[in-house]
Design a protein around this ligand. Structure first.
Ligand code: ATP
Ligand code: MG
Length: 248
């Protein structure tokens, strides 16, 4: 098992203002799995990702990611987790504006200690892997939204971390680019030589349905879900454009 979260709890504030957000999260992700995490706004999806990513301490429970065991540890003690175990992809890409795609990816590798030539080589490999082998010298302004997100994904992949955390990675993309990103995630997770795992937050049920598995976070706990029981047949049919057979 790549990731195992056990009875993880987290609340914010104290006294009467205290809110319990995560109330005993149990979840497991295997190597090569693409998992979608859904749930209403404010239910704690980003909080959960932040704890798994070693950026925030839970109140109790544990996170085991490969050889790393943490969950309640102060984030200052999770440097190795952040450096070696998880990569991040955000809604708004977080690219450096005036740097080429290649330099954006190489910069991140250089910061984590790779030499210049190794950084350039690995950056070019990662960009090729996400389909941008012919865009190495383009700066973000010269790329589409979907291509920019691919640069951000290349940056995360180039770090060779086993788990990518993606918080609404398609939130700023049109639906076609969003589906392209999901296909890329699929390829990265199902790669026969070098599979990674991805835990992705999305509000889009159509994209969530393309993941290997879907988890619903609701009222502080996660439950396995299939798309139809989470959203109802009617909504799915209306989104996917199926003919309902009836007029309004
Ligand atoms: N640092 C913090 N201090 C106090 N409350 C917080 C803090 N971080 C998050 N919360 C609260 O915890 C709850 C969960 O927030 P979180 O950002 O994890 O939700 P989310 O599921 O990611 O929502 P969205 O879909 O809108 O991004 C919210 O009620 C939020 O106000
Ligand atoms: Mg969030």
């Amino acid at each position: 098992m790549l990731l195992e979260v056990d009875d993880l709890r987290k609340g914010f504030g104290s006294g009467r203002r205290r809110i319990e957000v995560l109330k005993g999260i149990d979840l497991q992700i295997e190597q090569g799995e693409l998992v979608a995490l859904m749930g209403p706004s404010g239910c704690g999806k980003s909080t959960l990702l932040n704890i798994i990513g070693g950026l925030l301490a839970g109140d109790s429970g544990s996170v085991q990611l490969n050889e790393f065991k943490y969950g309640t540890r102060n984030p200052a003690g999770n440097v190795k987790v952040r450096r070696h175990a998880v990569g991040w992809i955000f809604q708004d890409f977080h690219l450096v504006e005036h740097l080429s795609a290649l330099d954006n990816v190489a910069l991140a590798l250089g910061l984590s200690g790779a030499s210049d030539s190794e950084s350039n080589e690995r950056a070019a490999d990662a960009l090729t892997r996400v389909g941008l082998g012919d865009r190495l010298d383009h700066i973000p302004d010269q790329l589409s939204g979907g291509q920019r997100q691919r640069v951000a994904i290349a940056r995360a992949v180039a770090g060779r971390r086993p788990l990518l955390l993606a918080d609404e990675p398609t939130g700023n993309l049109d639906s076609r680019s969003g589906e392209g990103i999901l296909e890329l995630f699929h390829d990265l997770c199902h790669d026969t030589e070098n599979p990674i795992s991805i835990l992705m937050v999305t509000h889009d049920p159509v994209l969530a349905a393309k993941a290997d598995r879907m988890l619903l976070l609701n009222d502080g706990v996660t439950a396995a879900s299939d798309i139809r029981s989470a959203w109802g047949d009617e909504i799915i049919d209306s989104i996917s454009g199926d003919e309902g057979g009836e007029e309004e």
